[in-house]
Write a protein that binds this ligand. Structure first.
Ligand code: XMP
Length: 538
């Protein structure tokens, strides 16, 4: 993952940085997290931001001069899968420890620091994985002062620190880690073997908070909402008097990006909603209402339902469905863009997690499928405006709320770009099946919301397998579709668990779907986790 990050372009810089700020810091207090490839690296940055300090993730081998130019208040070295002894293991440049900036190493980040400074790191007979009891030494030193003498933490390591480098003192130990935390306050160097960023370390956030406030001395209170003013200025500087176009998907990211751009340049923005007929019940209308009536944004609502249905006829194979939808989407969007005079900019709701995952590069590499189902209309030659590039999903929600978007929009569950098409499984998408799925899904949404569970679920939806089974209704036999309820909890969609929905909710949803939706005689529940299943069926 480390290679995927780009040191060339700071995350909060637009595709073309009109301020010319380049990689120089923006004058705010910030912490740089150097990524050694750990699975929780992003989470570290999120947790630091939750402490009210802006944090950005950079590859561990980011050019030293670039790091210096940013003038970070502190560096955090992330965990990583390597062992410090492997020849290919990502090394720590000791110059980083001599910049006069406090450094906190986490897991591999601590091991690599300890090794570089002459401490003893060795493979343990057995690693420590999962919940582990931690005992403080000397009341936790500076880093862990004031915390309980014994506490739980989350470990995930095989190598282990046996001796801290000279000048360091040990702060804690665990059954498998003689030195589970250490520090050399004189040099501003701190290390912890466990993961303070995961919820299974109950005092983890307090440790990060203490590091940032007491040790590093951060004073400002960054919040996602404070980004609004800054982004409005940047958008104005980038766009000037140009025309801007934004495709709305109905989701919170594109909606928030559009609302921010509207705040910055008002009527220079035109939004386009391509209604491909694969949205949920009432969603297109809701977007039109929110944007046109609620926010006073110019919105072109393109009814392309027939076009999509025609192109989807006879297409059974899921990847083919996605491709057809993606291609048609671009075609419709391009047609609309060409109709508008003087459009030079395209708004994208690209998030920080997309930037990291997709290489942090420029332009097309960062396209998010659920905004522009399948890609960017390249030959339109539009410059990207990406005001959410620095934000995590939960931070976008805070910005959306601050900008006055409705709760319904702010808290909308993720929805795939190809929409209901990938939930009609094993057969073509046609009007009849879409109608059944849309109605069944609407019932489920209603029941989930009524039970107050909508926000607790990552996603909840219905799937329509294209098979029929026998049932009995009144005096007659039926031969109709089953509907499958899929509801999952998740933090990031990488893994997911099936949601334990209450029986009475399931019962109501089932009986309502069967009674109210013609063509359905059976409701089933998907009780698979991801992995090995996925969230969507196709
Ligand atoms: P899976 O099914 O892979 O889904 O567990 C993970 C997350 O991605 C969403 N998803 C998609 N989003 N286009 C999208 O924009 C797609 O083709 C697509 N397929 C899955 C899914 O809803 C879940 O949030």
């Amino acid at each position: 993952m480390a290679e995927a990050l780009s040191p060339e372009r700071p995350i909060d810089a637009p595709a073309v940085d009109p301020s010319g700020a380049g990689a120089v810091g923006l004058g705010r207090e910030e912490v740089l997290v150097l990524d050694f490839g750990g699975q929780y690296s992003q989470l570290i940055a999120r947790r630091l931001r939750e402490c009210g300090v802006f944090a950005e993730l950079l590859p561990h081998d980011t050019d030293l001069e670039r790091i210096r130019l940013r003038s970070p208040k502190a560096l955090v070295l992330s965990g990583g899968p390597a062992s410090v002894y492997e020849t290919a293991a990502p090394a720590l440049r000791t110059e980083l420890l001599e910049l006069g900036i406090p450094v906190l190493g986490i897991c591999y980040g601590m091991q690599v620091m300890v090794q570089a400074l002459g401490g003893r790191v060795e493979a343990a007979a057995r690693g420590e994985f999962g919940r582990t009891e931690l005992a403080l030494v000397d009341e936790g030193g500076r880093l862990m002062a004031g915390l309980p003498a014994t506490q739980q933490c989350w470990m995930s390591h095989r190598d282990c620190v046996y001796e801290a480098p000279s000048g360091f003192s040990a702060l804690a130990s665990s059954p498998g880690s003689p030195v589970a935390a250490c520090e050399d306050p004189g040099r501003g160097l701190y290390g912890i073997q466990f993961h303070p960023e995961v919820v299974h370390t109950p005092h983890g956030q307090a440790i990060l908070e203490r590091f940032l406030r007491e040790i590093v001395g951060c004073e400002e209170h960054w919040s996602a909402a404070s980004v609004i003013g800054e982004q409005v200025e940047r958008i104005r500087a980038q766009v000037g008097a140009g025309g801007v176009i934004c495709g709305l998907s109905g989701g919170v990211d594109s909606a928030t990006a559009a609302a921010l751009v509207h705040e910055a340049v008002g009527d220079q923005l035109t939004c386009v909603l391509v209604d491909h007929g694969l949205l949920r019940k009432g969603e297109a209308e809701q977007v039109v209402e929110t944007f046109r009536e609620g926010l006073g944004i110019t919105l072109v609502h393109v009814d392309a339902r027939r076009r999509f249905l025609d192109r989807l006829a006879g297409v059974d194979e899921p990847e083919r469905k996605r491709k057809v939808i993606g291609e048609e989407f671009i075609r419709v969007f391009e047609e609309e863009a060409r109709r508008l005079p003087d459009v030079n900019f395209l708004v994208q709701g690209t998030l920080y997690s997309d930037v990291i995952e997709s290489g942090g590069g420029t332009g097309a590499a960062t396209i998010k499928s659920h905004h522009n189902v399948g890609g960017l209309p390249e030959d339109l030659d539009l410059e990207l405006v990406e005001p959410l590039r620095m934000l995590f999903k939960d931070e976008v929600r805070a910005v959306a709320s601050e900008l006055g978007l409705s709760d319904r929009m702010v808290w909308r569950q993720p929805f795939p770009g190809p929409g209901l098409a990938i939930r009609i499984v094993g057969g073509e998408v046609n009007e009849e099946r879409l109608e059944i799925l849309r109605e069944a899904d609407a019932v489920l949404q209603e029941e989930v919301r009524a039970a107050g569970l909508y926000r607790d679920l990552w996603q909840s939806f219905c799937v329509l397998p294209v098979v029929r089974s026998v049932g009995v209704q009144g005096d007659g036999r039926t031969y109709a579709y089953p509907v499958v309820i899929r509801a999952v909890t998740s933090d990031d969609a990488m893994t997911a668990d099936w949601a334990r929905l209450p029986y009475d909710l399931l019962e109501r949803a089932s009986s309502r779907i069967i009674n109210e939706v013609p063509g359905v005689n059976r409701v089933a529940l998907d009780i698979s986790s991801k992995p090995p299943a996925t969230i969507e069926w196709e």
